[in-house]
Design a protein around this ligand. Structure first.
Ligand code: BES
Ligand code: ZN
Ligand code: ZN
Length: 501
């Protein structure tokens, strides 16, 4: 998809589809209250072309509601699409991101290959253009890669109209939006691949290719390195599989960056999670190809960081392996020694993500990381706690969490901070070893996993993202296709950038 700015009046644009936004000005909270519609562009000809339909009551401008007009009078566009943004008083760029995506996903199956978006009049900031670009690019992704009847419905070009006074801000926003959203889609492409086509080795190759393209340093190590580093926790998962593990290490070190902070981005890269000997039930097991979504998010984030070039250092570590049952697989009750020296009683081999991350986080610190963030499809429990709307965020440092919360305001991604007070530590106490890899009870499962990880970060400021609840969408939304969402890429990039602007 090509995105460009166009300095033209809406009425004059020749386009297959002109997209304008509308909102409801009424302050009434009553569900059936008559909306007071307002078109968010003051352009006379667009106002005239849509006045009849706006008066008809057919269209209420609720968020992502659409209405199509063919051959709109007085316009050069072939079609005019109204997209609702909901109540004007509550309007945010995050709604605009979705609404732009809704327009793109409306166009895709209808053979429309280019469209023109008219941003709302009072939204001239770089964030507006960034959000529209992100919404459009994210919406263009579909997960039907291997269907032989697949039709390429991708949109060739999206123009965003801009007035001269906003152009320089718009250019900044557009560039950021393109970089970040393409990186999010890059992560989604990796996640969408089935496990026979995205083994740890292949994930390592994809990381190497990306690093080469964008000028990052990247090493991919195999089992020998795990042994050399004494990564007993990571290896305990990898030992059960015939596919060799991959320890992916990428570094971004711009010359102008100060010695600190050094960000450690650590991702869970389980390319397939059967559960191991504590095997999962067959229902939904096919979904466990997305158990590397955290690792993919980190690779995607590095792709964006390499292009946006913040003045801070970052190290990315992805621990990639399958989790398989076999004659070589670890068994419940086994005791493993992590790289940090801590002993772990493996109660359940399906709690494997925390095992690989234990060594990944510790290694990041050893490589000099002063600030850690990890992303992992770590627990089913996070979806029980939060539903499929928010992902979980945990932190051992309030100030650092605040900076992450600030990044969320820009990214628009939904994370909910979860508790991890010391009282929870009892849940992972083991009799035979330092810690056990599951809680003593089923309660608070996502926090128990976070408490386990905390053992390996010590005092280093750290954020843990449990994305198991939102990394995969089971059904289409108007602005994003079902399948991998690429959650966390945008927030991680924004958080790292906020230290190196
Ligand atoms: N990969 C799973 C978590 C998961 C579940 C991700 C559903 C996406 C959707 C993880 O490795 C796992 O199996 N966790 C166990 C932990 C339990 C054994 C303590 C779980 O959540 O059941
Ligand atoms: Zn598991
Ligand atoms: Zn897993």
């Amino acid at each position: 998809m090509r995105l460009e700015l166009q300095g033209a009046l809406p009425a004059m644009v020749e386009t297959e589809l002109l997209v304008v936004f509308a909102a409801d000005q009424s302050a009434s909270k009553e569900k059936d209250a008559k909306p007071e519609l307002t078109l968010l562009t003051s352009d006379e000809s667009v106002q005239q072309a849509s006045s009849y339909i706006l008066d008809s009551g057919e269209f209420k401008a609720t968020l992502n509601e659409i209405l199509l007009l063919h051959r709109p009078q007085g316009l050069r566009a072939t079609r005019l699409l109204l997209v609702g943004l909901g109540k004007e008083a509550k309007l945010s760029v995050h709604d605009l991101r979705k609404a732009a995506g809704t327009a793109v996903r409306f166009a895709k199956p209808r053979g429309i290959r280019s469209l023109t978006i008219v941003p709302p009049d009072n939204f001239g900031s770089s964030q507006t253009f960034r959000a529209i670009a992100e919404g459009a690019i994210v919406a263009d992704f579909d997960s039907d890669t291997y269907r032989t009847d697949r039709k390429d419905t991708s949109i060739a070009s999206v123009s965003i109209l801009v007035i001269e006074a906003n152009r320089s801000d718009a250019e900044v926003g557009l560039r950021e939006g393109i970089v970040v959203a393409e990186s999010q889609n890059f992560a989604r492409t990796l996640i969408n691949e089935p496990s026979n086509r995205m083994t740890p080795t292949l994930l390592g190759q994809k990381a190497l290719e990306m690093a080469e393209e964008f000028g990052l340093k990247c090493d991919v190590y195999g089992a020998a390195k795990l042994h050399e580093l004494k990564m007993g926790a990571f290896w305990s998962v990898a030992q059960g599989s015939d596919e060799p593990p991959a320890l992916i290490v990428m570094t971004y070190e711009p010359a102008e960056a100060p010695a600190e902070p050094v960000f450690g981005l650590v991702g869970k890269g389980i390319t397939f999670d059967t559960g191991g000997i504590s095997i999962k039930p067959a229902d939904n097991m096919e979904k466990m190809k997305y158990d590397m979504a955290g690792g993919a998010a980190m690779i995607g984030a590095m792709r964006a960081i390499a292009q946006l070039k913040p003045k801070v250092k970052a190290i990315c570590i992805v621990c990639a392996t399958e989790n398989m049952p076999s004659g070589k697989a670890q068994k419940p009750g086994d005791v493993q020694i992590a790289m940090s020296g801590k002993s772990i009683e493996v109660i359940n081999t399906d709690a494997e993500g925390r095992l690989v991350l234990a060594d990944g986080l510790f290694y990041a610190r050893q490589l000099g990381a002063t600030h850690l963030i990890d992303a992992a499809t770590l627990t089913g429990a996070i979806a029980i706690a939060l539903g499929q709307v928010n992902a979980g965020a945990f932190s051992n440092n309030d100030a650092v969490y605040e900076s992450f919360a600030k990044a969320l305001e820009t990214s628009g991604e939904k994370f909910w901070r979860m508790p991890m007070e010391d009282e929870y530590r009892d849940q992972i106490q083991s009799s035979i070893a330092d810690i056990r890899n599951t809680g003593l009870t089923r309660y608070g499962g996502a926090t128990n996993a976070a408490m386990f990880l905390k053992e390996f970060v010590d005092e280093t400021p750290w954020i843990h993202l449990d994305i198991a609840s939102t990394a995969w969408l089971d059904a289409d939304k108007s602005w994003i296709a079902k399948g991998p969402t690429g959650i966390a890429v945008r927030s991680i990039v924004e958080w790292v950038r906020s230290y190196g602007e």
